[in-house]
Design a protein around this ligand. Structure first.
Ligand SMILES: C[S@@+](CC[C@H](N)C(=O)[O-])C[C@H]1O[C@@H](n2cnc3c(N)ncnc32)[C@H](O)[C@@H]1O
Length: 224
């Protein structure tokens, strides 16, 4: 039987093996990154996020997007352009992206998540920032106007619209996929024609990922 022979379940040995090796490498990178965050080693975390670095096998449970310094700076610049110093990220997951933004640019960060049982379970990865948890079906929390409202790879457009409708602050940032393979909701450009939001700029993170930055209309006109 060759390398890719069938196993008892009709699966293919070669494929199974390479899948297991991929999972092992992802798990090794995940453990390494968790230690690096605990050490505060930002530059090595950024190296791990590079597609050609030792994080070539990356577990998206840690973070769905692979930002570099320019992306983190663009986010921080947008927060400051809105005359804010803090950022709230809805659906933040582990908060790794937000931890990096704070570490690199000094912006205060907090996150919002659902399903506290999962995040408190032994199967979940650690979280790196202060997070407000809400139970599924509970009222959507209101993000304070002192914070920019961000989401990255959010997966519930209706819930995001609810966060936005409650939000009275000046700045919105949406990171998501534009390639159609990974469905993100909202799409980064979802608010391009939605009053009172003005799309001020976009930043391409990768071939498939885009960051879109918006200001509330009256706020964006203050600088013109
Ligand atoms: C695809 S993950 C992205 C996580 C993280 N932002 C990242 O980029 O790695 C989407 C996250 O949104 C969270 N989520 C879904 N609905 C939510 C809601 N109504 N409020 C807060 N978080 C929510 C999920 O629990 C999940 O962690």
């Amino acid at each position: 039987m060759g390398e890719d022979g069938e196993n008892e379940d009709g699966g293919v040995y070669g494929e199974e093996n390479s899948q297991q090796q991929k999972q092992l490498r992802e798990s090794q990178t995940k453990s390494k990154v968790i230690s690096l965050v605990m050490e505060g080693n930002v530059s090595e975390v950024l190296s791990a996020l590079r597609r050609d670095g030792y994080g070539a096998e990356w577990d998206p449970l840690l973070l769905w997007v692979r930002p570099q310094l320019c992306c983190l700076q663009t986010i921080a610049d947008h927060v400051r352009q809105a005359r804010l110093t803090a950022l709230a990220s809805v659906g933040c997951g582990t908060g790794l992206l937000e931890w990096l933004i704070h570490a690199v640019a000094g912006v205060s960060v907090r996150g919002y998540e659902v399903n506290p049982e999962w995040w408190g379970s032994r199967y979940s990865p650690p979280t790196f920032i202060p997070i407000t948890f809400t139970k599924m079906g509970a009222d959507t929390p209101t993000v304070p106007p002192t914070h920019a409202l961000m989401c990255c790879y959010f997966n519930d457009g209706a819930a995001f619209r609810e966060y936005v409708s409650r939000y009275e602050g000046p700045a919105l940032l949406i990171i998501g996929s534009t390639d159609g393979h990974h469905r993100t909701d909202p799409h980064p450009l979802s608010y391009k024609y939605v009053s009172p939001w003005i799309l001020t700029h976009t930043h391409r993170i990768s071939d498939s990922d885009l960051l879109a930055c918006y200001l509330r209309q009256d706020h964006s006109q203050q600088d013109t």
